[in-house]
Design a protein around this ligand. Structure first.
Ligand SMILES: Nc1ncnc2c1ncn2[C@@H]1O[C@H](COP(=O)(O)OP(=O)(O)OP(=O)(O)O)[C@@H](O)[C@H]1O
Ligand SMILES: Cc1cn([C@H]2C[C@H](O)[C@@H](COP(=O)(O)O)O2)c(=O)[nH]c1=O
Length: 208
């Protein structure tokens, strides 16, 4: 596959969507073919799964159901959108991917890591991103940003602070174990500072 697959990861409110939009604008301005997707969702089927996963009323959802639904949304996205876009040579920007499942369902939710990895290998046909931008932020700062944004909390955002602390720790451990793929950026920097680090790395990766 000739394209370039890039993911954005991090705890709630770290700035992933903001940064993806800035990089997307750069790609459009430079006429670089690109595809932007998010997880869970990004397809008609995936968006239906997203509405189940994030519905705060579904408090009875078991952790196994949660793992499988995230993986199902991902499987649909990979086959329907990501692989075809990469085959056409696109830069694919994806808001969350497999690392979210490890951080949230394994570290946060205490799911069994090997099982989650295996399910996700099936879902993705072992497709991994070339680069993962991890925006790291304290849970408190992320929550303050989301409160300022003023939207009601979804089922995952409603989980307690210790869950989200484990998620953050999980991301940091994942980044240490996969240094060649991860770039950690301190999310408390200004939007412009974070973007400049991402753009600098992207230009080296893509050679623009
Ligand atoms: N570096 C930054 N400094 C201050 N505020 C920021 C920064 N980056 C993003 N924000 C603001 O924080 C809020 C959350 O940003 P954004 O939606 O990009 O985060 P996210 O990681 O995509 O969140 P989510 O976890 O909901 O997906 C927004 O209101 C955004 O404007
Ligand atoms: C892909 C993925 C996501 N999550 C969680 C992370 C967030 O709480 C939500 C997605 O909401 P966002 O506003 O679009 O970031 O879902 C998860 O637990 N596991 C996953 O694999």
């Amino acid at each position: 596959m000739s394209g370039l697959f890039i993911t954005f990861e991090g705890p709630e409110g770290a700035g992933k969507t903001t940064q993806m939009k800035l990089l997307h604008d750069f790609l459009l301005q430079n006429q670089i073919p690109c595809t932007v997707v998010r997880e869970p969702g990004g397809t008609i089927i995936g968006d239906k799964i997203r509405s189940i996963l994030l519905n705060p009323l579904y408090t009875e959802m078991t952790s196994t159901t949660e793992i499988l639904l995230y993986a199902a949304s991902r499987a649909q996205l990979v086959e329907e959108k990501i692989v075809p876009a990469l085959e056409q040579g696109h830069v694919v920007l994806c808001d969350r991917y497999i690392d979210s499942s490890i951080a949230y369902q394994c570290y946060g939710g205490r799911g069994e890591k090997n099982e989650v990895v295996q399910v996700n290998q099936l879902a993705t046909h072992h497709l991994l991103p070339k680069r993962t931008y991890l925006l790291d932020l304290t849970i408190k700062q992320g929550q303050m940003r989301l409160e300022k944004r003023g939207m009601s909390k979804d089922r995952m955002e409603l989980k307690d602070a210790s869950f989200h602390e484990r998620v953050r720790k999980g991301y940091l451990e994942l980044s240490k174990a996969n240094e060649e793929r991860f770039l950690i950026i301190h999310g408390e920097k200004t939007i412009e500072e974070v973007y400049s680090e991402i753009l600098c790395d992207f230009k080296q990766l893509f050679r623009v």
